[in-house]
Design a protein around this ligand. Structure first.
Ligand SMILES: *Cc1c(COP(=O)(O)O)cnc(C)c1O
Length: 240
């Protein structure tokens, strides 16, 4: 499709984001659009960049690395797909935020790497709220059990929030309970009962401010339930 089509799509999405923010009494600046470019051509990605979009998301580490080499350095790259520990070393220097940390083992590996390379990567923990067998992510109770220890162990990695994907459904409203559950899990993790009275955790200020949730089919309910990062691919590149 022509880059002009992308500009129109972007306008439409921004209007819908603004409307969802207005409905939920949130400032538009509290929601960041991550343009998911996994199915886009390099030309389309460049068009997005020229339109001022700086947050780009890729689900495959290899493609993220290749594209980061082809685009200007001021792109903020978001990894939104599964990361194998052996790919992490190359990824850290170019990635602004890893949304898809789906196990404590991966988190520990990133912490070791961050210490070794004196970096402070921003990460989100991916939660499999709906318990789908085919999806990666923490089981919510598993995360609640291990969370305090993880916060204590992360001295370089910055744990900034949670991410989830809702099961595919025709009706966007079907995703709302999943998004609400992610927000409630976050609120529970950072509540006094779970960790707020722990001095180390307090010191690290792990309030998990970011909620990465909502895609083309369901970003409006996600915003209404508190999303701070929405990940949109299809609606940017689809014609018509
Ligand atoms: C592909 C993908 C998206 C974007 O999905 P669209 O429906 O194309 O907007 C968002 N998040 C993740 C994790 C993805 O893999």
């Amino acid at each position: 499709m022509k880059p002009s089509g992308i500009a129109e799509n972007l306008d439409r999405i921004r209007d819908r984001i603004a409307a969802a923010c207005a409905r939920s009494g949130r400032p538009v600046s509290s929601v960041r659009l991550v343009a998911v470019t996994k199915y886009a051509t390099l030309e389309q990605v460049r068009a997005l960049f020229d339109l001022g979009v700086r947050d780009l998301g890729e689900s495959r580490p290899q493609q993220l690395l290749e594209r980061a080499a082809q685009l200007p350095p001021d792109v903020r790259w978001h990894l939104i797909g599964h990361l194998q520990r052996n790919k992490a070393r190359r990824l850290l220097p170019v990635t602004d935020c890893i949304h898809s940390v789906d196990s404590f083992r991966l988190l520990e590996a990133l912490e070791r790497l961050a210490e070794e390379t004196a970096t402070a990567p921003r990460v989100l923990l991916q939660v499999n709220v709906a318990g789908e067998a085919a999806k990666h992510g923490f089981d919510p109770e598993e995360l609640a059990r291990g969370w305090l220890e993880a916060v204590r162990d992360c001295r370089h990695v910055r744990l900034e929030g949670l991410m989830t994907m809702a099961p595919y459904a025709e009706d966007p409203e079907a995703a709302r309970p999943v998004f609400r559950a992610l927000r409630e899990l976050r609120d529970r993790l950072v509540s006094d009962r779970e960790f707020g009275s722990d001095p180390v955790a307090r010191y690290r200020e792990s309030t998990l401010p970011e909620l990465s949730m909502g895609m083309t089919g369901d970003f409006e309910p996600a915003i209404e339930e508190g999303a701070t990062l929405i990940r949109i691919g299809g609606a940017l590149f689809d014609a018509g």
